[in-house]
Design a protein around this ligand. Structure first.
Ligand code: PMV
Length: 291
């Protein structure tokens, strides 16, 4: 019996979530953690959790596979729905695995298009930043409907991530919320997007300067707070982290009523913020990007 195995990484957005939906650039990086899809011809045995929206059935369908003729196992070391790109990674992984099992190659461009079809199940207006990051990998600058450029850094850039709790709202709901705000106060929201854009460009120029990067990540975080995508709990926690010299921003769509998903912390050293967060029961993860 033939069996194939495919790994697809998760991602973090350094800058540009939400504004990327409106055509502004985003900086995004793939992670070393991700999802592994194991697929073989079989009788439809499925071993995975959290597929409320039917993403996997859709991914198998767009790849030309038969849902009930495949045994599928998905292993993930990414928290689900927390802004680390797990749904795009699962969709891309399943599509790639179906093609591989059928002995077919798929180009990154085609894989991107098919993954986008799956992303539209999760929300109607995806920018494509998640599929771009998990398919092309590395550190990239992405612009909706225009494409991407790969970026290089002279050294790896370190961050701390912590899980502020699974948002009650889906990515789609958060994107809709921003859309409502945009429609009712276009000028104000556009002003925030333009400021985020300027931070994105400045981050790109200062990726290797930890001090400047810390300040820019924090500016970005405060702009996302003013956009209204960060919960009160996470705003308070961010204020406490700022007091111990950290730059803080959510990464991904955010969340308003409970947790806001994964939060990115930039500091000149991580032992203090790590202890601060772990003492309060938050799981942390050190990550490196670039190089
Ligand atoms: O899937 P998330 O939570 O990483 O959010 C993706 C980024 C958004 O800008 C909020 C949505 C999009 O499609 O770009």
């Amino acid at each position: 019996m033939r069996e194939v195995k495919v790994f697809v990484p998760g991602k973090i957005i350094l800058s540009g979530e939400h504004s990327v939906v409106y055509g502004y650039p985003a900086l995004v990086a793939s992670l070393s953690k991700g999802i592994t899809v194991k697929l073989m011809e079989g009788k439809g045995k499925k071993d995975y959790k959290n597929d409320e929206i039917g993403l996997i059935r859709k991914a198998i369908g767009v790849a030309g596979g038969k849902f009930n003729g495949l045994d599928l196992k998905i292993e993930s070391d990414l928290p689900v729905g927390a802004g680390l790109g797990s749904s795009a990674a699962i969709a891309a992984g399943v599509i790639k695995a179906v093609k591989k099992l059928n002995g077919k190659k798929i180009s990154d461009e085609k894989l991107f298009d098919l993954t986008m079809e799956c992303e539209r199940l999760a929300h109607k207006n995806p920018s494509g930043v998640d599929p771009a990051a998990v398919i092309y990998g590395g550190l990239i600058k992405y612009i909706k409907n225009k494409g991407l450029v790969g970026l290089k850094t002279k050294k790896t850039v370190k961050f701390l991530l912590f899980d502020s709790g699974k948002p009650k709202e889906t990515t789609g709901e958060m994107v809709e919320l921003v859309e409502k705000r945009y429609k009712s106060g276009t000028k104000k929201v556009e002003e925030i997007f333009k400021k985020i854009w300027s931070v994105t460009e400045t981050i790109q120029l200062n990726l290797e300067d930890d001090k400047k990067l810390k300040k820019l990540i924090d500016e970005n975080g405060k702009l996302l707070e003013s956009l209204g995508v960060v919960s009160k709990k996470v705003i308070r926690l961010s204020q406490d982290l700022r007091k111990i010299n950290c730059g803080v921003k959510i990464t991904g769509a955010g969340g308003l009523t409970g947790g806001s998903g994964m939060v990115l912390v930039k500091s000149l050293g991580y032992s203090k913020p790590k202890k601060f967060l772990e003492d309060r029961g938050y799981k942390t993860m050190e990550i490196s990007i670039g190089d």
